[in-house]
Structure formats: structure tokens, C-alpha cells
Ligand binder design. Structure first.
Ligand code: PGA
Length: 251
């Protein structure tokens, strides 16, 4: 393993009421109080962010959002500005999750604007990328990911992206129980680091945390984390239960 500090992030998607989110967050904070060698983040739905952030203040658990809009304010009904997230207690923001690309018309261009806005607001962006099953079968995995990274980070400089996190989430592995093997994930992560060398430089590429996501659970986290270029995980389903997620955090 490298000197990069692992990050285990939970994406709660559109699950949990405010009360449920508070309960899960409190239990997670208790269960992970001693896990001081990993960074921990949970991304509740927007409605629960402020109250979860209140509970998580002074704990080892950071709070993130699952999306944001790139403008600071304006007539954008339904959208949430970067500054609203920092005010509510967010440190991180997930950007370009495949579910947003699939259901909400996110493109590499909107992802790029969102990454720039997150950086400007001081949020840590988690750029999500991943190939579909058809793309993998057509041997397009690397070219798809290359495009997603380059377009997603277009116009941004290494100095702005010091905290950048990339999450590699093969679409065919999300919520399906089918995890990429640790070798498959490592092969992609190594490739992504090479793309970052090309885009920026080797030092920067070595500093970026690249998470794996897609059916991560207590049973496969240790194996994934043993790989050189896997620096953590973005966990969906298995992050909803505090006991299960704590087992992943303390892998
Ligand atoms: P999953 O979701 O862990 O339920 O597969 C991962 C994600 O969508 O981030």
C-alpha cells in the first residue's frame, strides 16, 4: 500500500429519513471511533445533511453530498449551490455518479462544471467514472475511462485539484452483487493513474486517491485494499447499515 491515506465513503443514495440518517450516523461514529488510519465519509440525502453534520462534528466521520449545481445562486429551481453544501457542513461531494449520468442527463461537460464549482467552494470532489457491461465486452473500458477523466477534469490545474478523489465504479458492478475482481480493479486503477500522469505529472498522479466502487462489502474490502492502486472504496448498499459499514471501514 502507498502513503495515500485510505478513504472509505458511503453513498446513501435516496435512502433514509432524517431520523434514520441521524441514528445510522451516531451508531457509525461510535463504531468507528478507533479507526484512525482511514478517512470516513457518508453522503446522506440533501434533507439529512445538516443534521448528520451536526452529529458528526468533532467525530472522525465527515459528511458529503451526492451532487451539487455549479452556480452560486440564481433562478435554478430544485438545485443546490456549492456554498449551501459547505454551510450545511459538507466537506466532500460526489460528482457524476453513473446513476446521475443515466437518469438525470449528466454528461462529462456538466460533470466538469461541477468539479470546477466544488473546487472553488473548497469541497473535495469525488469524480465518479465507470464503463457499462457492453463497453467492457466491446473492449472499450480504457478508452471510455480515459475520456471521462480527461473531459471531467478539462481546464483544471493540479494545484486546484490537490484533494481530488476519483471513484472507479464499473456500472455492471453497482448494486448487482457482481464485484470487479481485485485484479480487474487494480488494472483499471493503474491505468487511471497513468492518465493522471499524462494530464498533470507523476507526483500529482501518485497523490490522488482512487476509490473502487461496486458491490463492496465486508467480505471483499480487504482483498481490494491490498492492491497497490486502490486507495479506498465508495460503498452504496453496504453503507446503509452502521454495523456493516463499520466492518468495511475497519477492514
Ligand atoms: P453498491 O453501490 O455498493 O450498492 O454497489 C456503489 C455506488 O453506487 O456508489
Amino acid at each position: 500500500m502507498s502513503t495515500r491515506r485510505p478513504l472509505i465513503a458511503g453513498n446513501w443514495k435516496m435512502y433514509k429519513t432524517i431520523a434514520e440518517a441521524q441514528k445510522t450516523a451516531s451508531e457509525l461514529i461510535d463504531r468507528t471511533a478507533a479507526a484512525d488510519s482511514v478517512d470516513i465519509m457518508i453522503a446522506p440525502p440533501f434533507t439529512a445533511i445538516a443534521s448528520v453534520a451536526g452529529i458528526a462534528a468533532n467525530s472522525r466521520v465527515a459528511v458529503g453530498a451526492q451532487d451539487l449545481f455549479w452556480e452560486n445562486d440564481g433562478a435554478y429551481t430544485g438545485e443546490i449551490a456549492p456554498g449551501m453544501l459547505t454551510e450545511a457542513g459538507c466537506r466532500y461531494v460526489i460528482i457524476g455518479h453513473s446513476e446521475r449520468r443515466q437518469h438525470f442527463a449528466e454528461t462529462d461537460e456538466t460533470v466538469n462544471r461541477k468539479i470546477a464549482a466544488a473546487v472553488k467552494a473548497g469541497l473535495v470532489p469525488i469524480l465518479c467514472i465507470g464503463e457499462s457491461e457492453a463497453q467492457r465486452e466491446a473492449d472499450e473500458t480504457f478508452s471510455v475511462l480515459d475520456k471521462q477523466v480527461k473531459r471531467g477534469l478539462k481546464g483544471l490545474f493540479a494545484k486546484d485539484l490537490k484533494k481530488l478523489v476519483i471513484a472507479y465504479e464499473p456500472i455492471w458492478a453497482i448494486g448487482t452483487g457482481k464485484t470487479a475482481t481485485s485484479d480487474q480493479a487494480q488494472e483499471v486503477h493503474r491505468f487511471l493513474r497513468q492518465v493522471l500522469v499524462e494530464l498533470f505529472d507523476a507526483d500529482f498522479a501518485q497523490s490522488v486517491r482512487i476509490l473502487y466502487g461496486g458491490s463492496v462489502k465486508p467480505a471483499n474490502i480487504a482483498e481490494l485494499m491490498s492492491m497497490e492502486d486502490i486507495d479506498g472504496a465508495l460503498v452504496g448498499g453496504a453503507s446503509l447499515d452502521a454495523e456493516t459499514f463499520a466492518r468495511i471501514v475497519t477492514f
